[in-house]
Design a protein around this ligand. Structure first.
Ligand code: SF4
Ligand code: SF4
Length: 526
């Protein structure tokens, strides 16, 4: 068994080295003709842009995408500077420089990677999946008593903020920075998934397709690990299957297939305000231009946020979304499971969490209010504030940096729910309902608790579950995502996730038990 695991690990490391080295190979050539076709298609009229590129990159061959991408982005910036100074607004290129550079570099690739996409896909994605399975599957047969094991989790440098964790942290942060801000640097990775994208949507892959595909692959592989680890816990097996289903079908396959039928790309489970650009002008226009189907999406999006989400939270708590449906939650519960013990349980973190997560919710609502006001009044500025600038600020700070770079990049350092706990505005919205108007609670049978602390240790939301258990108090915290791990790791069966009547929900089960016994005594006396 150990040999198979070592083989799997060796395969993963070899594939990782190949995957990284792919970034630095290839041939890229931007021909004059390709450039002309591109700017005609994009309606770019700037002669300054053309002149800036003519001598430095046209018809030259580059062995990496970096120089070409940077030259194009710089040319966009310098052309825009000139046109803005001369007030030649029709010649300004409004697209982001590195986004435009990405598209041009993508169409200029030739050489080994472009010609061997399928073979390289198997050598990278295919072998990585095989290596991961070889590494994980023997865990079924590992010796020891049955049950969930977290043995040596605080002795492994991968899970105790040791050097492996810091390496993973650095890799994830770099990955997200390149994905959001320099996608042309990962162009060879994107080529590898072109055939899959073409078979689904009919279009070549973008960096977002690559991200969606990677997301599904990583979740699927890590779900196998969850199935093995929690195989005796039906709740964990079911909700792992559920998040996997919603990610693969709703967030990946359906939106891509919609594009093939010339419909808007839409993830039907992604509720506002997590789906923060739902009410942006470009999205509303696209939906309204799409006839009946676009209108259906518009109505669905509003009903999902205003009716379905709160009603479901009332009946089941926010776990129905955070732990059974959401993609961010899905990644946190699969890829992030080995890091859940790193979530801080301090009172300070709880304070920061409440201020930050509700602050993001207020920011999202204000931004959307301004956006809608601007949309209906056809104004581009509201109270002297440019609507676009507020949207850009939210997209940069919350959409990219918080949700992506920090939210996932910090898994190995601050635990797996950094985004859900500190930044997700939808979690904040559902948390308010869960706290004050819901049937969900975790009941605690305090008398059985042996204070081992497993529950608190593995609570990814940083809740000190043991403190509630010792007092025999129900847990009705706004931040609880109902993952059920506290209950799964409790050796005494103290904790139960329940949806019951609202009466008596907030309060100590011991107190309730005491009251009930007093009542019985009184009845007997009578
Ligand atoms: S209290 Fe339990 S169910 Fe809630 S988030 Fe923490 S571990 Fe998950
Ligand atoms: S895991 Fe169970 S027994 Fe241990 S402290 Fe938590 S509630 Fe008590």
């Amino acid at each position: 068994m150990k040999t198979i695991r070592t083989l799997g690990l060796g395969l993963i490391l070899a594939v990782f080295a190949l995957f990284i080295s792919l970034l630095f190979v290839g041939q890229y050539k931007l021909t004059n003709q390709a450039f002309e076709d591109f700017i005609t298609q994009k309606n770019i009229e700037s002669p300054v842009f053309r002149d800036a590129l003519k001598n430095s990159v046209f018809d030259q061959e580059f062995s990496t995408p970096f120089y070409l991408a940077n030259s194009i982005a710089k040319a966009v910036e310098s052309a825009n500077e000139t046109h803005k100074k001369n007030k030649e607004w029709s010649m300004v290129i409004w697209e982001k420089p590195h986004s435009l550079a990405y598209q041009m570099v993508k169409s200029s690739g030739t050489g080994f990677v472009v010609q061997n996409k399928i073979m390289l896909w198997f050598l990278t994605f295919g072998l990585a999946i095989l290596g991961a399975l070889l590494f994980m599957l023997p865990a079924i047969k590992l010796k020891g008593p049955p049950g969930i094991k977290n043995n040596h989790i605080f002795h492994s440098s991968a899970t105790n903020r040791g050097w492996i964790a810091w390496f993973v942290f650095a890799f994830l942060i770099s990955f997200y920075l390149v994905l959001y801000f320099r996608p042309s640097y990962m162009i060879n990775w994107i080529y590898l998934v072109d055939p899959i994208s073409e078979s689904l949507s009919g279009n070549p892959a973008s960096q977002w397709f690559l991200y969606g595909f990677l997301y599904c692959v990583i979740m699927s592989v890590m779900a196998v690990r969850m199935y093995i680890k929690y195989r005796r816990n039906k709740y964990q097996v079911l909700r792992t299957t559920s998040v996997l289903f919603f990610q693969i079908v709703f967030a990946f396959l359906i939106p891509e297939i919609l594009v093939r039928f010339e419909k808007p790309w839409y993830d039907f489970k992604n509720a506002f305000p997590l789906d923060y650009d739902f009410f942006f002008r470009w999205n509303l226009n696209e939906l309204l231009e799409n006839g009946g189907f676009g209108l259906f999406i518009l109505v669905w999006g509003v009903v999902l946020t205003l009716v379905i989400v709160p009603v479901m939270v009332y009946f089941f708590g926010k776990r129905w979304y955070c732990s059974w449906v959401c993609g961010c939650g899905g990644l946190a519960e699969t890829l992030g499971d080995p890091y859940r013990q790193l979530s801080s349980k301090s009172l300070f973190s709880w304070k920061v969490e409440r201020w930050l997560v509700h602050g993001v919710l207020v920011f999202a609502l204000l931004m959307t209010g301004l956006t809608l006001y601007g949309y209906f009044s056809e104004a581009y500025e509201v109270f002297g504030i440019k609507v676009q600038s507020i949207q850009d600020l939210y997209g940069f700070l919350i959409g990219s940096i918080f949700a992506g770079v920090i939210g996932t990049g910090f898994y190995p350092i601050f635990g797996n729910r950094v985004w859900c706990r500190f930044g997700c505005p939808l979690a904040a919205y559902m948390g308010v309902i869960q706290r004050f108007k819901s049937r969900f609670r975790i009941t605690t049978n305090g008398g059985q608790c042996i204070s081992c602390g497993n529950c608190s240790t593995y609570c990814e939301q940083g809740i000190d579950v043991r403190a509630y258990a010792q007092k025999g108090e129900n847990i009705v915290r706004a931040s609880c995502v109902g993952c059920g791990i506290c209950s799964a790791v409790c050796p005494r069966g103290v904790l139960k996730l329940e949806n019951g009547p609202e009466e008596g929900r907030i309060g100590s089960s011991d107190v309730l038990l005491g009251n009930a016994m007093n009542l019985m005594d009184q009845l007997q006396d009578k």
